[in-house]
Design a protein around this ligand. Sequence first.
Ligand code: 13P
Ligand code: SF4
Length: 300
Amino acid sequence: MKKVIDRIFFLKKQHNAVVLAHNYQLPEVQDIADFVGDSFALSKKAKESKADVIVFCGVHFMAESAKILSPKKTVLLPARDAGCPMAEMVTVHDIEQLREAHPDAAVVCYVNSSAAVKAASDICCTSSNAVRVVRSLPNKRIIFIPDENLGSYIAKQVPEKEIILFNGFCTTHKRVTVEEVDTARNAVPNAKILVHPECTPQVVEKADYVGSTAQIIDYANRSTDEKFIIGTEQGVLHWLQAKNQNKKFYLLSQKLICPNMKKTTLKDVLNALENMTYEIQISEQEIEKAYGALDRMLNV
Ligand code: 13P
Ligand code: SF4
């Protein structure tokens, strides 16, 4: 494996490339990345980066967002078929129908969506800034797509607005059950339970803390508690455990593994840099429209 890693570092320099990895990636991929973060932090990094090439170790919509924010850069997705099922659950046609039914409402679109859907929305959000984004809008009514669970969480945090929900969901986070929360609490007494808002409202209700991937990591880093049950994708445990040797982390459910986030291997990263694959291609017109929704989010 050392040979593969050495070659990755050599090619990174040669192409003036930067490797961005989501917190849900395999540990060995996180370890060779220039920056590891949640989808919000990675969007910001992609925009600010001076590199010519971005190798995006994550899922398709994340690499697309990087391309929209940095259209002049070459953006590569090392595992071509790494998609997010939630992002496939909403279409532009759905947005048109929702707008027709609720003409006074603003459309807020979770970044877990296609470039076309972003282009048809008023503003994007990630789980890190969703509440802030919704609060920032003048509209009383908000159409929130596609994640119903995140939308329900926002509705609770922003009761002054009416949130019109859509029926999308994360195939990984939605599988966590209330029974698993109870079992984990009994198994590790005194542990804090931290969950992602893509979990069901029933699971969220039972947690000690609800936050995006970065917020969960931040909470665990700062806390004086010693044990944490993590209710988001397993990949975050790698970094958390490495940076907090005196603390113990447990995965809330063994189902918390996103198969798409685990598709990218070190060999795929090497292949991406050797062959400049797989390049994200979006039409200029779509980039222009989707850029507005993402850029408005970054400025909130
Ligand atoms: P974050 O916005 O927390 O990085 O989440 C992205 C994601 O895909 C969650 O499942
Ligand atoms: Fe999509 Fe869920 Fe995987 Fe995130 S964890 S990429 S929302 S399927």
